[in-house]
Ligand binder design. Structure first.
Ligand code: B3K
Ligand code: ZN
Length: 880
């Protein structure tokens, strides 16, 4: 090994805290260069813990300790020990009041964890272990305390001072300073602490809860962004109402605040009563934000709000239980968005995301269960597995119980565990207790990693009229888990008759058939057989309807079966999935043999779908979208980077050529007429129109180029402008350059829009993209210190541009490794996330493998590597 291996933390080692904290009083004298933090903690021994050695160890990092006092007596350095990670008091009574005073330096905090400076404001991010960079504390989620927070700062520089809970006092102080005191009546873990200081303006509204209480709603932003908060406010109000109706959850404080900040490591943070957001998930105006942005804002605002119950009132016992709050809250936000927009399209997008990110993670060197067993750095485990697969695991339970029982189960969960820090097992127990179902085997979804593969075979016996499905489940080994026990898998299926309609379903041994439609089979064994009887012809099975479980399906469909399902399946999700399977098959066929033709029936089906007047445009756009290049790569034994790109371009061009007239008509018919509206109908139109334009542009059609330029120039809304800009940039030449210049001139002061300008260049498939990206690194508007900017340029290039990032000469890999090494000392979380772009190096050909491996080794050889990056790099190289 290259350095001292940081130690890894295991679930098995969990012990309850020796001390509890009943009350915390914090006093901040805020200053970007030197902030003083005084903390008064009321501690008592935890009756539920075993007694240790009589010492008390508090977490603390990068704190300049100035004073320690116990029960009002100042302590001297012989009474305690301080190291880089903790303060240990050597002799403590069973109850004590501890006072510490430390200095911290927000302006030097580039990791954006703890208290840091973003532009002219000060803000905090404490999850998971950032509070220990603010003060000495028992910084673990199972220590829940009541907080009182006093903020003192220069009144002119920081007129707004916010923290959790309700504002109970404010006063002017001498020397131009002022003081505000906040009191949070709900006990909370330290990771939910937040403070904000800045010159901010607020958009205000209100919400009347189901029981008639009035809640003040405030969204704080920098003054020039006040005109971009409408959508966020509406989304918040909708989320609050929905949570009352769907889950019976009412908001509990008198005020709910959101603050938008421009330097933020992730999407947003659910601090009690004071959610802090990446401004990307707050700010939107039709001319600055795309439909995807509007959707993202609605979903993330809801997600953070929902955490008030699933995360804050009931929190996690330890960080291995992260999915307790994240999986459940993602499930809740998915359901909310499905109710606000189109349920079918939402499901497709969620599954697309799961397959694009979680499946590869589950098959790679950092595969881990929904409830991981160990970690070096918890920040590396805010993953697609914990979030998205965790949500699927909740969804399966909701489906197994049915809506009424599931609601009873969640009611029980909220009642039984309110105010506690609990485990995923406690959650499942509520599901069991409310429903009487045994979820013993189901619990394996929480502790076995890997994506189960279902291999299904169908056999029709014409003489007996029986159709037998034989289903085998197999889960490949993952690091540390070689042998897997079978999962309990709900499998929703239907059988289509020759006329395309659902058949009544009757299993052998059953007295009668169930009505035509979907039926849920529950798998528990490695292999199971289901024999359906009374069938007069071979049915076409529609398996995994609505995607009932996070599994991969193998069934030997013919092209005709897929076309049939695409045209007739009563399940919208499976119509889409059949189309995707077919497209994937065509594309992989072209990869294997670039001369392989495209069968005529494919174009017919495409045309029929395109011209079907009854179809939902949003859904149609999903059906006609080609699977991404990286997704295609995931389906191959060895990713053929260039072959995939060629096939992808070739099929796109063929579609454009063969369906030119129809695509043109669709493009024209769906052009924007009125003002922008963010409705499923209107965004569906835009999606379909822009998809059509994309295919037309592949042909190199002069008419399409003109349409594209006028759409860009008309600038009706950012969705259309970005769609056109992307196509123009890929087209290149004078037109591409001109569009980029115009866009920059218009938007260089709007940093979120400027992010789009960077990323559209980073994701271009043009051969000189990396060179361009390198140039843009030197652009005056580029900065490694702003995570959004880093993601928009470096992140976009490395994760959303397979063909250029994986260039055969390894230049992309060198570029990434250089950026990781540059970023790691500044912001380890962002560095280690970027590094994950190379974690699947073993999926590529030997040449690329060697190049990537060398870069990962170079990173690992760095003396000063963070734990974050070390964990990813070392796990990437571990032998399988
Ligand atoms: N709970 C935060 C994520 C914190 C990430 C810390 N590295 C946002 C969310 O999931 O709602
Ligand atoms: Zn969350």
């Amino acid at each position: 090994m290259y350095r001292n291996t940081p130690h890894s933390i295991s679930l098995h080692d969990y012990r309850p805290p020796e001390f509890l904290i009943d009350r915390v009083d914090l006093r901040f004298e805020l200053d970007p260069e030197r902030t003083s933090v005084e903390a008064r903690l009321r501690l008592r021994r935890n009756p539920a813990a075993t007694r240790g050695d009589g010492t008390l160890r508090l977490h603390g990092e990068q704190l300049d300790l100035e004073q320690v006092a116990m029960d009002d007596h100042p302590l001297t350095p012989t009474d305690y020990r301080v190291d880089a990670e903790s303060l240990t008091l050597l002799r403590v009574p069973d109850r004590l009041t501890l006072l510490t005073r430390v200095r911290i330096h927000p302006n030097l905090n580039t990791a954006l964890e703890g208290l840091y400076q973003s532009g002219d404001m000060l803000c905090t991010q404490c999850e998971a272990e950032g509070f220990r960079r603010i003060t000495y504390f028992l910084d673990r989620p199972d220590v829940m305390a009541r907080y009182g927070t006093t903020l003192v700062a220069d009144r002119r520089r920081f007129p707004v001072l916010l923290s959790n809970g309700n504002r109970v006092e404010s006063q002017d102080l001498p020397d131009g300073r002022h003081l505000v005191r906040w009191e949070d009546p709900f006990p909370k873990p330290s990771y939910l602490f937040a403070l904000i200081a800045g010159d901010l303006s607020a958009v205000e509204d209100r919400f009347i809860t189901a029981s008639g209480r009035e809640v003040e709603l405030k969204i704080y932003v920098e003054p020039h962004n006040l005109d971009k908060c409408d959508h966020a406010m509406r989304s918040l109000q909708k989320a609050m109402r929905w949570d009352e109706e769907r889950f019976g959850r009412e908001y509990d404080l008198d005020v709910f605040m959101i603050v938008a900040v421009s330097h933020f490591n992730m999407g947003a943070m659910e601090n009690k009563g004071l959610n802090v957001f990446n401004d990307k998930y707050v700010l939107a105006r039709p001319d600055t934000a795309t439909d995807a942005d509007f959707e993202g804002i609605e979903g993330v605002i809801a997600h953070e709000y929902f955490h008030n119950w699933t995360g804050n009132r009931i929190t996690c016992r330890d960080w291995f239980q992260l999915s307790l709050k994240e999986g459940f809250t993602v499930y809740r936000d998915q359901e909310f968005s499905a109710d606000m927009g189109s349920r079918g399209v939402k499901r497709i997008n969620d599954v697309r995301l799961l397959r694009a990110h979680q499946f590869p993670e589950d098959g790679g060197p950092m595969a881990h269960p929904v409830r991981p067993e160990s970690y070096i750095e918890i920040n590396n485990f805010y993953t697609a597995t914990v979030y998205q697969k965790g949500a699927e695991v909740v969804r399966m339970q909701a489906n197994l119980l049915g809506p009424e029982r599931f609601r009873q189960a969640t009611d029980l969960y909220f009642e039984r565990h309110d105010g506690q820090a609990v485990t995923t097992d406690d959650f499942v127990r509520c599901m069991e207790d409310a429903s009487g179902r045994d979820l013993g085997q189901f619990r394996r979804w929480y502790d076995q990693a890997g994506t189960p593969e279902l291999t299904v075979a169908g056999d029709y016996d014409a003489t007996s009229g029986a159709y037998t499905l034989t289903i085998r489940q197999y889960t490949p080994p993952t690091p540390g888990q070689v042998v897997k026990a079978p999962f309990h898998i709900p499998l929703a299926i239907g059988l289509l008759g020759p006329d395309g309609r659902d058949l009544p379903l009757r299993l052998a041994g059953e007295p009668s058939a169930t009505a035509p439609g979907t039926r849920v089979l529950e798998l528990r064994e490695v292999e199971e057989r289901f024999c359906f009887i009374d069938l007069t012809a071979r049915p076409v099975p529609s398996l995994l309807r609505g995607f009932p479980a996070p599994v991969k399906l193998r069934f030997d469909y013919s092209d005709d079966d897929l076309l049939f399902l695409m045209a007739h399946d009563s399940d919208g999700f499976n119509r889409w999935d059949a189309a995707q399977t077919l497209l994937q098959r065509l594309l992989l066929g072209l990869v294997a043999d670039p001369e392989a033709g495209i069968p005529e029936h494919f174009f017919d089906a495409f045309r029929r779908a395109l011209l079907d007047p009854s179809s939902d445009r949003a859904l149609l756009a999903e059906v006609l979208t080609l699977p991404s290049e990286s997704y295609l790569g995931d389906q191959m034994e060895v990713v053929d980077v260039d072959g995939i790109h060629r096939a992808y371009m070739a099929l796109g061009r063929l579609v454009g050529e063969r369906l030119r007239e129809d695509l043109l008509r669709v493009y024209r018919d769906n052009r924007e007429t009125g003002p922008y509206a963010f409705t499923p109908e209107a965004s569906g139109r835009r999606a379909l129109k822009n998809l059509a334009l994309g295919y037309l542009m592949r042909v190199g059609d002069a008419q399409a180029l003109q349409d594209c330029q006028s759409q860009f120039a008309a600038g009706h809304n950012m969705t259309d402008v970005m769609a056109a800009l992307r196509l123009l940039v890929d087209h290149g030449g004078a037109e591409g350059a001109q569009a980029l210049d115009d866009f920059y001139r218009r938007w260089s002061r709007e940093s979120l829009v400027l992010d789009k300008w960077f990323s559209v260049q980073a994701t271009s498939s043009r051969p000189d993209t990396l060179e361009r990206v390198r140039q843009l690194m030197g652009h005056t508007d580029f900065s490694l210190r702003n995570p959004n900017r880093v993601r928009s340029l470096v992140g976009a290039f490395c994760t959303a541009n397979q063909v250029r990032f994986h260039a055969v000469d390894g230049d992309g890999y060198r570029f990434l490794a250089d950026r990781v090494l540059e970023l790691d000392p500044l912001n380890p979380q962002i560095a280690s996330r970027l590094l994950k772009a190379m974690i699947r190096w073993r999926c590529f050909d030997p040449g690329r493998q060697a190049l990537m491996r060398a870069e990962i080794e170079r990173i690992l050889a760095s003396e000063e590597l963070s734990n974050d990056a070390f964990e990813v790099a070392s796990k990437a190289l571990e032998s399988r």
